[in-house]
Design a protein. Structure first.
Length: 44
């Protein structure tokens, strides 16, 4: 487990992803509010 469902945890999750997932990838989420602040808008 990375932590709570806050923005800090979403940022940790983003940093934990391999760099090749940061571009050219689409993210399908449960609309967790913190994702909107962390994931690229064009891919979420």
């Amino acid at each position: 487990m990375l932590g709570s469902r806050g923005r800090a945890t979403a940022r940790r999750l983003w940093r934990a992803l391999p760099k090749h997932y940061h571009t050219g990838t689409w993210y399908y989420t449960d609309e967790w509010e913190a994702y909107q602040d962390v994931l690229p808008k064009r891919a979420h």
